[in-house]
Design a protein around this ligand. Structure first.
Ligand code: PEP
Ligand code: MG
Length: 323
């Protein structure tokens, strides 16, 4: 199997019906970057910046961040890197930050909520990203955006930081794209204007599933009850795809499910064109992707939904076995 993956490593993932699916990888440390070459990833669809904060016992200095982001961008060369701003709180607690005592941390003060309420660290991070990118394109993504206004506020922070950097005489990035992670159902129901204004959307499937089904992502007992190929969940994905398509807004999926071949082809059948996954999953996902007809698969999924099946998985597996 390994050899089969090696033989398709440098091929584009094009389905039987000619749809081009972009294979991106998730990363979080410099050590992950060599996988860009070995996995055949087209870029880093999710760079989890909090890992660099989590492995230290004190807040990193801005200069240190600039240096590490610079190394990431240089290692990636022409390939795009989507930097997610600090996603802390809930399951990711910084050892040097006073723990907040919250009864429900997953629903608590985390990610962009911290960034907007106490913007000091976020501003430092934005500055570091801009300085690291100098003269090159920069892609920033905000985690856990639950409503339009949070995205707008975060984007204003980006604009203000850019203006400050300009005044300080720093070389600015060549361009800046600012995206939002869709990890709560609420954002799927945001005004269409949100989908127009945002530069791209990335579905964080791990958190989205947790909140969609109200099932803790770290609690096996309840998590296992709900299938990603659940018909209701796919209806929601369909809605997000439609809204993004209406506004020509690129949409990606970067939760663990993007790296599971069956889930990945179903997400592609629903209309998602960018999948970001751990590097080792790219081969298996691409291999199946190149053997499916997304139009046919979409029909299999629709039929199962119309029959009222709770999960489309059995129908999808039956179809895939015939390939
Ligand atoms: C997600 O929630 O799906 C995601 C990609 O982010 P994380 O797993 O880091 O919360
Ligand atoms: Mg998440």
């Amino acid at each position: 199997a390994k050899e089969r993956y090696a033989s398709i490593r440098d091929k584009e993932a094009v389905t039987v019906d000619g749809k081009r699916i972009h294979m991106m990888m998730n990363a979080g440390l410099m050590a992950d970057l060599p996988s860009l070459g070995t996995s055949g990833a087209e870029g880093v669809g999710l760079f989890r910046t909090e890992l660099q904060f989590l492995i230290r016992n004190q807040m990193p200095k801005r200069a240190e961040l600039v240096e590490s982001y610079e190394r990431v961008l240089t290692a990636a060369g022409e390939k795009r890197v989507v930097f997610r701003t600090l996603d802390i709180g809930s399951d990711k607690v910084l050892p040097y930050m006073k723990p907040t005592d919250e009864p429900n941390p997953a629903l608590g003060w985390r990610a962009i909520r911290v960034g907007l309420d106490k913007p000091g660290v976020m501003r430092m991070q934005l500055q570091a990203l801009m300085r690291a990118a100098k003269g090159r394109p920069l892609t920033i993504m905000f985690p856990f955006v639950a409503q339009f206004e949070e995205y707008r506020q975060a984007r204003r922070e980006v604009d203000k930081t850019l203006e400050r950097e300009r005044k300080l005489g720093h070389v600015l990035p060549e361009s800046i794209e600012v995206g939002a992670m869709l990890e709560t159902p609420s954002l799927g129901f945001a005004p269409l204007k949100f989908f127009e204004e945002v530069d791209f959307v990335s579905i964080g499937g791990n958190d989205l599933k947790q909140f969609f089904f109200a099932a803790d992502r770290e609690n096996e007992r309840v998590r296992k009850r709900y299938d990603t190929l659940n018909a209701s969940f796919l209806s929601f994905i369909e809605r997000v795809v439609e809204r993004c398509d209406m506004c020509d807004t690129p949409l990606s999926f970067c939760g663990e499910d993007a790296g599971r071949p069956i889930e990945a082809v179903c997400l592609a059948a629903m209309g998602i064109r960018y999948l970001s996954m751990r590097p080792a999953s790219i081969g298996p996902v691409k291999s199946l992707m190149m053997r499916v007809d997304l139009g046919e698969l979409r029909k299999v999924i629709s039929d199962a939904r119309h029959r009222g099946e709770q999960s489309v998985r059995p129908s999808v597996i039956r179809y895939l076995r015939e390939l």
